[in-house]
Write a protein that binds this ligand. Structure first.
Ligand code: T46
Length: 138
């Protein structure tokens, strides 16, 4: 696995290569920069003012969230500690492990997020109720 990571309190940020060539080019590879096989990619954009997204956790899905444009703050919560991480560099992705409660706030105008995920979408992978989450991790 590529070692360009920045430890945070509850997770880590992955720095992917940023190649300067009449502009910038960034890339990521599964099981290399991304610490899992990628089964799904989605993106989030045109988020309305003051939106709060997320507010859930995943039982089996690991993800890495990149902020390709703009800025967003991700609040991580493991049931004991919380941490707010602002993403605003297109070559930095936040690793989101399973069973970490997360909320996305503070979207700047025109923010564009790209997320790579280890699993296909399944509604029953989500825990959306915080009290249930606390019980499940206890
Ligand atoms: C997460 C944070 C970081 C699908 O049908 N397929 C998909 O792959 C996804 C991601 C979502 N959806 C549907 C499910 C909901 O009806 O799109 C709707 C919104 O999904 P969700 O409420 O999960 O969106 P966010 O922005 O609150 O959370 C998203 C990811 O879904 C979630 O996995 O961890 O970004």
């Amino acid at each position: 696995m590529n070692n360009n990571t920045i430890k945070t309190k509850l997770s880590y940020i992955i720095e992917i290569p940023k190649i300067i060539d009449e502009g910038y080019l960034c890339f990521m590879e599964e099981n290399n920069h991304i610490p899992f096989s990628i089964k799904r990619v989605y993106y989030i954009f045109d988020v309305i003012k003051n939106a709060v997204r997320g507010r859930h956790t995943h039982k089996n899905t690991k993800q890495v969230i990149f902020c390709l444009r703009g800025s967003v703050t991700i609040i991580l919560d493991n049931g004991k500690d919380k941490e707010a991480i602002t993403l605003n560099k297109p070559n930095q992705g936040l690793f989101l492990d399973t069973m970490i409660w997360h909320e996305m706030v503070g979207f700047k105008d025109n923010t564009l997020l790209l997320v790579v995920a280890s699993e296909i979408y399944k509604d029953d992978d989500y825990v959306r109720d915080y009290k249930t989450y606390l019980k499940e991790i206890a």
